[in-house]
Write a protein that binds this ligand. Structure first.
Ligand code: 5GP
Length: 231
């Protein structure tokens, strides 16, 4: 069972004050990166897809979440997750450290405001690979974040992929497929939808979305200002 928590309205204030401390004018040197929320139903291949994007595009990074779940075999602290205990996690919640957080199957997961901001300030575009509920929280706090939903090409393919993993019993797979239906309905709330049929094509689609966002007028504002200042 998944239990969700509502966010403190202070989060966006905190985020903005981190961005623009009182009295400070934003620097006009490095252009801060944008935030891309990537969500999908389980079995859609989201993690593989995001790994490929970041491996092939060094200017795009993925935010490393905090979690209270134990590391799985092969997971590296600080690379896959920041593994912390529940007391520390709750302390971070009370300090307003998270852009969004949730409890999934008895473990906390959260996106650190400071972690995301550090990457953005260094000019990286930042991917948040989080679930649909977390995605909604981020959009409430940061309406400028871009939402991308990854879809399977069909339910048949999704079922085949879940069976192919060989990790779940048929009734568990049935539950996942039912959950996938309700998760896919949430795709209506996202800006972009990418179908993960062919992995290479889906990777290209994701990269195109990220790159074309860099060329939108608001993203080019800093360049326009510099151009005019030096005219
Ligand atoms: P896992 O334990 O398998 O790595 O992740 C379980 C679920 O938690 C996945 O759906 C994953 O996308 C989601 N998740 C991972 N990090 C975060 C986070 O920071 N926030 C939220 N809301 N979900 C997360």
């Amino acid at each position: 069972r998944t239990v969700r928590f509502s966010l403190s309205p202070l989060v966006s204030i905190r985020y903005n004050s981190l961005y623009f401390p009182t009295g400070a004018t934003p620097m006009k040197t490095t252009k801060p990166g944008s935030i891309f929320i990537i969500s999908a139903a389980s079995g859609t291949g989201k993690t593989t897809l995001v790994s490929r994007v970041i491996a092939n595009h060094p200017e795009i990074r993925v935010s490393v979440s905090h979690t209270t779940r134990a590391p799985r075999g092969g997971e590296i602290p600080g690379q896959h997750y920041h593994f912390i205990d529940p007391t520390k996690f709750e302390q971070l919640i009370s300090e307003g450290a998270f852009l969004e957080y949730a409890m999934v199957y008895g473990n906390y997961y959260g996106t650190s405001i400071e972690g995301v901001k550090m990457l953005q300030d260094s000019g990286f575009d930042v991917i948040l690979e989080i679930d649909v509920q977390g995605a909604q929280q981020v959009r409430r706090n940061l309406p400028e974040a871009v939402g991308i939903f990854i879809l399977p090409p069909s339910f048949q393919v999704l079922a085949e992929r879940l069976h192919g993993r060989g990790t779940d019993e048929p009734e568990v797979i049935e539950k996942r497929l039912n959950k996938a239906r309700s998760e896919i309905e949430q795709s209506l709330l996202f800006d972009y939808v990418v179908v993960n049929d062919d992995l290479v094509q889906a990777e290209m689609d994701l990269v195109h979305i990220i790159k074309s966002h860099r060329l939108t007028q608001p993203q080019q504002q800093r360049f326009i200002e510099n151009l005019l200042e030096n005219s």
